[in-house]
Design a protein around this ligand. Structure first.
Ligand SMILES: Nc1nc2c(ncn2[C@@H]2O[C@H](COP(=O)(O)OP(=O)(O)OP(=O)(O)O)[C@@H](O)[C@H]2O)c(=O)[nH]1
Ligand SMILES: [Mg+2]
Length: 222
């Protein structure tokens, strides 16, 4: 029991590290977001936007918060590379799906790609944040418009599949979807998005602690 309690104490006091995977279509602004997060939180700034090129593979960045380390993994979004995303879901504590809110012509494709992400059983239970990026661009859709666009896309898809009974499924899907607006280029909303991710991964840790405490109380009674 002593070792169990010692282990529990060490578990409670160590700086927990969480992995956050950033996905989204090519050009959505994922790497710009990652580099902005580095600049915002680290003493060494991230790459300036004019030095960022399309990602082939992945980029990573770590930030240290008072009680937590967040490790961000930004994956390339070009169609040929999207097949690698699935491999990263297993180790992910949270997912951020970045949308280019100014690229209205590609929104349908964006929702198809998003739907594929949602269809993966590996992401069940992982906090998921939808980021409507490029809010600094006056042509960008707002957070509400992005949410409506997804709802509309989903409804059309149901209609195409002639699954009219699925409408309640659709409403629960979009109602539980967290959407935030950001400008990865200028940093607006980036701290709020990082706070959301931090709180969600912390909450999932709290659940583990409750489970462990429950395990301890059960083992005491054995
Ligand atoms: N106006 C505006 N442009 C942005 C913003 N974020 C990114 N961009 C621009 O969008 C383009 C693509 O940005 P990236 O960060 O390379 O996009 P990505 O999602 O990493 O793309 P892949 O690596 O190909 O998957 C660049 O020209 C960025 O400067 C933003 O918040 N506002
Ligand atoms: Mg990139």
């Amino acid at each position: 029991m002593y070792h169990l309690l010692k282990g529990f104490r060490e578990y409670m006091t160590r700086k927990e590290e969480f992995s956050i995977v950033i996905i989204g279509m090519d050009g959505a602004g994922k790497t710009t977001l990652l580099e902005n997060i580095k600049t915002t939180y680290n003493p060494v700034p991230g790459l300036p936007p004019n030095k960022i090129t399309p990602t082939v593979g992945q980029n990573t960045g770590r930030i240290t918060l008072p009680s937590t380390i967040l490790q961000f993994i930004d994956l390339g979004g070009q169609s040929g590379i999207r097949t690698i995303w699935d491999r990263y879901y297993d180790g992910a504590d949270a997912l951020a799906y970045v949308v280019d809110a100014s690229d209205i012509d590609r929104l349908n494709e964006c929702w198809e790609v998003f739907d594929n992400v949602l269809a993966s059983p590996k992401i069940l239970g992982i906090p998921l944040l939808l980021l409507a990026n490029k809010q600094d661009d006056p042509t960008s859709l707002s957070v509400e418009q992005i949410r409506s666009s997804y709802e509309e896309w989903w409804q059309n898809r149901l209609n195409t599949l002639q699954r009219s009974s699925g409408s309640s499924d659709q409403s629960s899907r979009s109602a539980s979807l967290d959407v935030m607006g950001i400008s990865a280029l200028h940093g607006n909303g980036v701290r709020d998005a990082v706070n959301w991710l931090f709180l969600r991964v912390q909450n999932s840790r709290a659940r583990y602690v409750i489970d462990f405490a429950h395990f301890l109380s059960v083992s005491r009674n054995i």
